[in-house]
Design a protein around this ligand. Structure first.
Ligand SMILES: [Zn+2]
Ligand SMILES: [Zn+2]
Length: 442
């Protein structure tokens, strides 16, 4: 199996630290609002990566945090006149509503920043002892210039970064590049006791602390959106490697941006959709398939046209599954003919090809294409419109029970919630015929 590693900028053979096991960390959401379609991309993609690694026989420990103390949460709490903890709790529940509907499994651990304050403080103390951090006026900052490898992941050198750093008036930092590890308490903010007085952690330190606590000093895979590469992941590397004296992450995988109708998603452009809004139109399953139809590193364009393509692809997939389910239930009334058995056997080639493309940098776009070639073959073979007479190479000769079964199944079926029922299919089109054609994406 190979992954494109953003640190080395090339595809590398995947070799886990411990054979057969994978430790994987994905930066999770800051819980102050409903997740938007951009947030959903890493959640879906890396859920599928975790499932694929398990499918390939690895024992995966997957950690995804909740950032439950942050300026955005505090601002929201003040706006609504509730506590930051109440905001976090509310939006963690909302997160699960969307994410479970998207078919995403719970990670092995979902640690919260506020449940790791002792670990965070300990890590900051280590950084101070080693000269990588300093306290000033109750804040603690990371001494960025001391970490020689800073910028390596995002492929920027320190001079360039320094030139771009904003110098603020009255800055209490030694250098504008330095970032906060601990922030002194302000009135009305949640705060914890620390060696530097009451305060709260900065954002970056929590991931270093939690990765260390749940997965160890060096982990196999760290994932997240490309927008996290700088500064968040650079800061995580600087913190973890300075404190632990060893490599933090072996493989860095980042997903690309999502554009809406080829424009950057932003609240000011009015093209900002929550997952819930998108799901109300297309359904959660459709959003999941839409994401999987592109390679995780490519930019992804969200448009009605592409979502509708995903929807019709999903219809074909469901039809194929229903056909096979019916076959499994009703098709056992006799032994397969040699020809049918050979055909069923031959379908294994799709699995081999699926593994081949997915092993090549987790290419779900090609993986989905392989699945839809199989779907086309199934829907053609078991469609009532399929020719019952065996033809060379065309699987029109699957057991007759399947073909006989097609009509009763379809007729009695009511469209399920979130499904697009048969009644919405173009009339007069034989199922599994044209619907089974073509790739699921242009
Ligand atoms: Zn991350
Ligand atoms: Zn993080």
């Amino acid at each position: 199996m190979q992954f494109y590693n953003d640190m080395t900028m090339r595809k590398e053979e995947f070799t886990p630290i411990e054979p057969g096991k994978v430790s994987m960390y994905c930066c999770g959401p800051t819980v102050y609002n409903l997740i938007h379609v951009g947030n959903a991309r890493p959640i879906i993609m890396f859920d599928v990566l975790r499932r694929y690694l398990e499918y390939r026989g690895y024992d995966v420990t997957f950690v995804q945090n909740f950032t439950d103390v942050d300026d955005k949460i505090i601002n929201r709490a003040n706006e609504e006149g509730v506590t930051a903890a109440e905001i976090a709790e509310k939006y963690i529940a909302e997160y699960w509503t969307d994410v479970k509907a998207l078919g995403v499994r719970e990670a092995t651990v979902h640690p919260k920043a506020t449940e790791n304050i002792p670990q965070i403080i300990e890590l900051i103390e280590t950084l101070i002892e080693k000269g990588y951090a300093y306290e000033t006026q109750g804040d603690v900052y990371y001494r960025t210039l001391k970490f020689a490898d800073y910028g390596r992941l995002s492929h920027q050198n320190l001079e360039e970064l320094q030139a771009g750093a904003r110098i603020e008036v009255n800055d209490i930092k030694e250098n504008p590049m330095d970032f906060a590890l601990w922030k002194a308490a302000k009135p009305g903010e949640p705060a914890w006791e620390s060696p530097w007085g009451m305060g709260r952690p900065g954002w970056h330190i929590e991931c270093s602390a939690m990765s260390n606590r749940y997965l160890g000093k060096t982990i196999d895979i760290h994932t997240g959106g490309i927008d996290l590469a700088f500064p968040h992941h650079e800061n995580e590397i600087a913190q973890s490697e300075a404190a632990n004296g060893c490599k933090f992450v072996n493989y860095w995988l980042h997903n690309g941006f999502i554009n809406i109708d080829n424009k950057k998603m932003s609240k000011s452009l009015g093209n900002f959709f929550t997952v819930r809004e998108a799901a109300a139109v297309y359904g959660y399953d459709c959003i999941r398939l839409f994401m999987l139809m592109s390679h995780y590193r490519s930019p992804l364009n969200y448009s009605a046209e592409i979502l509708e393509q995903a929807q019709s692809a999903l219809d074909r997939l469901r039809t194929a599954k229903e056909n096979l389910d019916f076959f499994a239930e009703n098709g056992r009334d006799g032994a397969l003919s040699d020809e049918d058995a050979a055909f069923a056997q031959s379908l294994g080639r799709y699995r081999d090809r699926f593994i081949e493309v997915m092993d090549d940098d987790f290419n779900t776009a090609d993986g989905v294409s392989v699945i839809f070639e199989l779907v086309r073959e199934i829907n053609t073979a078991v469609s009532p419109a399929a020719d019952p007479t065996p033809r060379g190479g065309v699987p029109g000769h699957l057991p007759r029970a399947v073909r006989r079964a097609r009509h009763p199944v379809r007729r009695g079926e009511e469209p399920r919630r979130g499904d697009r029922g048969d009644d919405r299919r173009p009339s007069g089109r034989p199922q599994g015929e044209k619907l089974g054609r073509g790739r699921p994406h242009p």
